[in-house]
Design a binder for this molecule. Structure first.
Ligand code: C2E
Ligand code: CA
Ligand code: CA
Ligand code: CA
Length: 277
């Protein structure tokens, strides 16, 4: 038993070492990529639940590799958050997305959603960055929505709340991303200065397989509507899922059933095709 215990520990230590080296490697590689601006921004349109027409899009970062593959943001965003690289990285993403928004032919009700990390609120002046970029590219602040996860409710809540409120004061919208996966206290939710709740795909994709899921989704949407918040549902892959959330009165639907994330040009064509319909 002693022997196998020792072996287990060694395997564990090896795994830790490999993981650590991998992260260190990524961190250095990320630094170069930020300096060389190696990132692209893809856009995933979302549609109105009723008319199923494009009402907005979410900006999603892509890190292309020489072999044509991408490193997933799910892998490098958490590292960038740990190291603080999220601040310069996010600035690049925000600039690219706002510059792209200025080029599309979209109506004034179109909303561009940009993901923010709570770390950014601790380390930079978000309001300043956002207003400067909107000014520089002549984009109405009303067209911007910022998505934050429920982690805003734990770290430095008061400061973050004030800044979210200020983002809304200057005209932007604020959304809570991946709703239901973190630790939200419901009383916090009612005080959060936000416009939109995004239901995580963990719930939307399991409404017909997990008996608890439709109940949770109904409770979330009823509560959101009772508090005058809009609901956007993520990860819609089937017409049945879309139908369920349409009946719940959700405002927006996002998922592979409608569109996958796509590069600028493809989104431009998608918009043009929709307006000529
Ligand atoms: P997220 O903000 O929850 O973004 C939605 C993710 O779900 C995206 O993954 C999108 O491609 C994927 N998705 C959308 N519809 C469907 C669907 O119908 N089925 C399935 N299976 N997946 C769907 P992606 O692009 O890999 O991004 C992963 C996460 O990385 C994002 O999750 C977000 O937390 C983070 N992220 C991405 N871009 C940025 C960024 O610019 N800044 C920050 N801070 N985080 C980002
Ligand atoms: Ca998001
Ligand atoms: Ca999400
Ligand atoms: Ca997510």
């Amino acid at each position: 038993a002693k022997r196998s215990g020792g072996n287990t520990f060694e395997v564990f230590a090896d795994k830790m070492a490999i993981q650590y080296e991998h992260e260190l490697h990524l961190r250095n590689k990320l630094q170069k990529a930020i300096e060389q601006r190696e990132f692209e921004v893809y856009y995933q349109p979302y549609v109105s639940a009723r008319g199923q027409r494009i009402i907005g899009a979410e900006a999603l970062v892509r890190w292309p590799q020489p072999d044509g593959s991408f490193i997933s943001p799910a892998e490098f965003i958490p590292i960038a958050e740990q190291t603080g690289q999220i601040v310069p990285l996010s600035k690049l993403i925000m600039r690219a997305a706002i510059a792209d928004l200025a080029k599309w032919q979209v109506g004034k009700n179109f909303t561009l959603s940009i993901n923010l990390s709570v770390k950014q609120f601790q380390r930079e002046n978000i309001i300043g960055t956002v207003s400067e970029l909107a000014q520089e590219y002549q984009v109405p602040l009303q067209q911007l929505q910022f998505e934050l996860t429920e982690s805003v409710m734990v770290e430095d809540a008061q400061k973050v709340f004030r800044e979210l409120a200020e983002l809304r004061t200057i005209g932007c919208r604020v959304a809570i991303d991946d709703f239901g996966t973190g630790f939200s206290s419901l009383s916090y939710l009612s005080r959060l200065p936000i416009d939109t709740l995004k239901i995580d795909r963990e719930f939307s994709q399991s409404i017909f397989t997990d008996p608890a899921s439709p109940t949770i989704c109904k409770a979330i949407t009823d509560m959101a509507h009772g508090l005058n918040k809009m609901v956007i549902v993520e990860g819609i892959e089937t017409p049945e899922q879309a139908d369920f959330f349409m009946r719940q009165g959700c405002m927006g639907l996002q998922g592979f059933l409608f569109y996958k994330p796509m590069p600028f040009d493809e989104f431009d064509k998608t918009l043009a095709a929709e307006t000529t319909q």
